[in-house]
Design a protein around this ligand. Structure first.
Ligand SMILES: [Zn+2]
Length: 293
């Protein structure tokens, strides 16, 4: 089968399945940036487009090629017996039904993928935790944020896309100098796994610790993003240790976050830590120490 014989339907479905998998198991930034319903609406639109154009231009087609496929010739070296040639007529769908069947198949695939997302999210992640567990986890996050903010502050865990007057990030929201920070359920779940289950997920754990510290520094009154992140990565060492990491691991994860920040380039210039964010620099919170962060 050469590439041109692969129908656009197949490519759309492969892309859809691939994207949904990436969305489910990939970085939380992807989930934050792309609402999954939009993806399904785009896929649905493409399916409808294919259906309509196939029905409009398809017309009656020639009968399917019944000669042996290349693969059969390669495998058997001769023409395999063809069923249906000895008087029995095989069931062959009317050509105009083919696009409709493909469309129905596409819809079924979308329903199956949405069901899989619902199933996975209802049994894993922050939403699957009991109300009681969520309350005690949020209380713990609030206590840790209050230590960094040096005043009582509250942390909440939900999607807060339209929190007016706050600094919006992909993973969290806070008002500068305020008393409420909101983290995404993904960040909260990573923090919960660390603090309550002693489970770490590498750089994702580091990111979650850094986000909590970042929002706490906003609540403390720091508004500049680069400065806030620089302070957050330094506070993140102690925060990570208090939540259950070894000091070495916490330090390593915060250094990794710092390197990733510096590599991120001009697209996120506002969030880039300033050059003073270094050992002995103006933003070094522990000038007496030679370790950074
Ligand atoms: Zn910020």
């Amino acid at each position: 089968m050469d590439a041109s014989a692969v129908s656009p339907w197949l490519w759309v479905r492969i892309a859809l399945v691939g994207f949904v998998l990436a969305w489910m198991i990939g970085p939380s930034a992807l989930r934050g940036a792309v609402p999954i319903l939009v993806v399904f609406l785009v896929a649905l639109g493409l399916e409808v487009h294919f259906l309509v154009s196939a029905l409009r231009h398809g017309g009656p087609r020639r009968r399917p090629d019944r000669r042996p496929q290349e693969v059969d010739l390669e495998r058997y070296g001769f023409e395999a017996d063809e069923p249906g040639e000895d008087g029995h007529e095989e069931y062959a769908p009317s050509p105009s039904l083919v696009p409709v069947r493909r469309f129905v198949l596409g819809l079924a695939l979308m329903v199956a993928l949405l069901g899989a997302i619902w199933f996975v999210q209802s049994r894993t992640g922050w939403d699957a935790l009991s109300g009681e567990t969520k309350v005690s986890a949020v209380a713990r996050f609030s206590a840790e944020a209050s230590r960094i903010a040096e005043k009582p502050v509250s942390i909440r865990c939900d999607e807060a896309r339209d929190y007016v007057g706050a600094v919006q990030h992909t993973d969290g929201v806070a008002t500068v100098g305020g008393d409420l920070g909101i983290l995404t359920p993904e960040i909260c779940h990573d923090l919960y796994r660390l603090a309550f289950k002693r489970e770490t997920t590498g750089s994702r754990t580091g990111r979650a610790v850094a986000v909590l510290a970042h929002e706490a520094w906003h609540l403390r009154g720091t508004s500049d993003e680069g400065t806030t992140e620089c302070y957050a990565l330094q506070s993140g060492v102690e925060l990570g240790t208090r939540l259950g990491l070894s000091e070495d691991t916490a330090r390593q994860l915060m250094r990794q976050q710092l390197i990733e920040n510096q590599l991120r380039g001009a697209s996120t210039l506002e969030y880039r830590v300033p050059s003073e964010c270094r050992d002995g620099g103006r933003l070094d919170l522990g000038p007496g120490s030679t370790r950074f962060p």
